[in-house]
Design a protein around this ligand. Structure first.
Ligand code: GDP
Length: 393
């Protein structure tokens, strides 16, 4: 900032013709450059859907992205479902809207919560999430960092079933507690058309209480900036108050008041998926796709991925390495020459630079070490020694 201002004051002499042009350095185009680059590269997003079978997961995904990802799905009988183990299925589609490409991956968890004994049925899901983090870490530490595929799960829509008591079931609590430190969980009340508005209100309150009581950390919408306009602030307030979202899904388009809408046709009327008076589908879609997709990715990277225990004190390894290699080295290690005054000065300047660098890195959870330890072997959570990489945040 200060450099920019200094540069500007050098260029601009008040009163001279062409002041405005001279004051324009050009960094105002930076957002456009970022925009162009991002659009060219395309975006990716991985969404997990979890909850027992029949809660409307595939229908909701279809309604959200207007893409049928479940064409080849084989429906199981009740008997088969009881004995089925939890599977992890990945469907990927490339969708494009107004020239913007999105590689959408839906991770489904068929069989989750369907067995008679559901204890630990979330284990395959947590293993899958960990594997994706591990893979990303390996790729980041490898040579081809530029073309890393991010398969980390950015968000998990967890479908809460409408049990008669309106309380969370042990399987809901178990799942969310097992995953809340790894994934952004967005709890949903599915098939909201089965409840009247008063019931939905009460159910939402109860779920919020239970989430607090069990210490579950679901995805927190970021605070709205104070300089946002009033409309945006109002939308943000409504979004926060609506959680957990009560949603309706439908794969069919019906005619309501002369308009073709996505909805469910009942003998007494039509429930419209995109009608905000009927359910929170639009709020969920806006949040997921239009307003918070980037934040979900940021939280995945900066909070969940960073939280994974991965590095031990690399300097310890370095010291050990130096000592060991000294003992085994057939080449005698000569004492370093004492630096002269000029070299001392240069070293001091470099140290100051490194100090500044370190301060910047300090903001990143990964960069706990000084720049001098860059490139040193790091023991990972998975027990291997990996070369540390430059921070990519
Ligand atoms: P999944 O097994 O969780 O993927 O559930 P499906 O999406 O296959 O839906 C199971 C059944 O519930 C289907 O018959 C759907 O038509 C129905 N369904 C899906 N969403 C809703 C909804 O919002 N309300 C109602 N009443 N039924 C729904």
């Amino acid at each position: 900032m200060s450099t920019g201002l200094r540069y500007k004051s050098k260029l601009a002499t008040p009163g001279e013709p062409g002041d405005v042009d001279k004051q324009y350095v050009g960094f105002a185009t930076l957002p456009n450059q970022v925009h162009r680059k991002s659009v060219k590269k395309g975006f990716d997003f991985t969404l997990m859907v979890a909850g027992e079978s029949g809660l409307g997961k595939s229908t909701l995904v279809h309604s959200l992205f207007l893409t049928d990802l479940y064409k080849e799905r084989k429906l199981l009988s009740a008997e088969e479902r009881i004995s089925q183990t939890v599977e992890i299925l990945k469907h990927t589609v490339d969708i494009e809207e107004k020239g913007v490409k999105l590689k959408l991956t839906i991770v489904d968890t068929p069989g989750f919560g369907d067995a008679v004994n559901n204890s630990e049925c979330w284990k395959p899901v947590t293993d899958y999430v960990d594997q994706q983090f591990e893979q990303y870490f390996r790729d980041e530490s490898g040579l081809n960092r530029k073309n890393i595929q991010d398969n980390r799960v950015h968000c998990c829509l967890y479908f809460i079933s409408l049990s008669g008591t309106g309380r969370l079931r042990p399987v809901d609590v178990g799942f969310m507690k097992a995953l809340h430190e790894k994934v952004n969980i967005v709890p949903l009340i599915a098939k909201a058309d089965c409840l009247v508005p008063g019931e939905i209100r009460k159910l939402k309150e109860r779920i919020r209480e239970e989430i607090d009581k069990f210490g579950i950390h679901v995805y927190q919408f970021p605070e709205c900036d104070s300089d946002e306009d009033e409309d945006f602030k109002q939308q943000d307030r409504e979004l926060k108050e609506s959680a957990p979202f009560a949603v309706i899904g439908s794969n069919t388009v019906v005619e309501a008041k002369g308009q073709r809408v996505r909805g469910r046709l009942y003998p007494w009327g039509i429930v419209e998926v995109e009608n905000q008076a009927h359910c929170d589908f639009v709020k969920l879609r806006n949040m997921l796709i239009r307003t918070h997709m980037h934040d979900l990715k940021d939280v995945t990277c900066d909070v969940h991925y960073e939280k994974l225990p991965r590095a031990v004190h690399p300097a310890d390894d370095q010291v050990k390495l130096t000592q060991d290699s000294r003992m085994e080295s057939p080449i005698p290690i000569l004492p370093l020459p004492t630096p002269d005054a000029e070299t001392e000065k240069l070293i001091r300047m470099k140290d100051e630079e490194v100090g500044g660098e370190q301060g910047r890195m300090g903001r990143c959870g990964r960069a706990g070490r000084t720049a001098r330890t860059w490139g040193v072997g790091v023991r990972t959570a998975w027990g291997q020694s990996e070369p540390h990489r430059r921070c990519l945040c």
